[in-house]
Ligand binder design. Structure first.
Ligand code: PGA
Length: 252
């Protein structure tokens, strides 16, 4: 049984003060929600400490949106896995398409980050997804296969079983254009098939594969109802407490 994960990717939104307000509202909206989904929020680095405080003694967990692969060193402006672990992060989003697109992250770098996260007990949420041109050229599967081969390189089947992969078609992120439930299911099933090929069936059955890209309260139930969609990575809609809570409740 894979426990569904609903993770909010706040991106570069919410100061520490706003974080306290939003999490207060979210906890209120969720009330005594007790599952089945695990709920994570991924605020910007500067709001992690405030968020950790708000989430104490709640069932919500904390994630970060990026990290460096070294524990410490002369890397001006970077944040290490040790620092995230100390703040109580459970998850870290790695290889998000915005990191790949605007900050030049490639699969080799993402792979180093994935391995570093695991060394510090963080669970990577490894993002993969194709560009619009790639979908139109019908190379979605080839693109995803390369991203998986790169991002998961060197991991053991046990490590892969414990991580989270998020399928996020780049053309669906922040655009209001969602993959159809059938398309999301098709690619998520393909991801599971590739994981089985690389790491065996047990890892493929255990790994959680999310969908991300314009998920909202209106489309979440149908997306989350797909057999290989084990949760959602939610950007824009996670900035609204009621909307995000509705997505959490859509997970069965
Ligand atoms: P979106 O972002 O929900 O705003 O499309 C998803 C993501 O980038 O993780």
């Amino acid at each position: 049984m894979r426990i569904p994960l609903i993770a909010g990717n706040w991106k570069m939104h919410n100061t520490a003060a706003r974080t306290r307000e939003l999490l207060g509202a979210l906890l209120h909206e969720l009330g005594d929600y007790s599952g089945p989904a695990e709920v994570a929020v991924c605020p910007p680095f500067t709001s992690l400490a405030a968020a950790a405080e708000c989430l104490q003694n709640t069932s919500l967990v904390l994630g970060a949106q990026n990290m460096h692969y070294e524990e410490k060193g002369a890397y001006t402006g970077e944040i290490s896995p040790l620092m995230l672990a100390e703040l109580g992060c459970r998850y870290v989003i790695l290889g998000h398409s915005e990191r790949r697109q605007y900050f030049g992250e490639d699969d080799a770098l993402v792979s180093r980050k994935v391995q570093a996260a695991l060394r510090y007990g963080l669970v990577p949420i490894l993002c993969v997804g194709e560009l619009l041109e790639q979908r139109q050229a019908r190379v979605t599967e080839a693109v995803i296969r390369i991203q998986l081969a790169g991002g998961l390189a060197g991991l053991t089947p046990q490590q892969v079983a414990g991580l989270v992969i998020a399928y996020e078609p780049v053309w669906a992120i922040g655009t209001g254009r969602t993959a159809s439930p059938a398309d999301a299911q098709q690619v998520n099933a393909y991801i599971r098939q590739v994981v089985a090929e690389f790491f065996g069936d047990a890892a493929a059955q255990a790994v959680r594969i999310l969908y991300g890209g314009s998920v909202n309260a209106g489309n979440a139930a149908e997306l989350l109802g797909q057999a290989d969609v084990d949760g959602a990575l939610v950007g824009g809609a996670s900035l609204d407490a009621a909307g995000f809570a509705a997505i959490v409740r859509a997970a069965r």
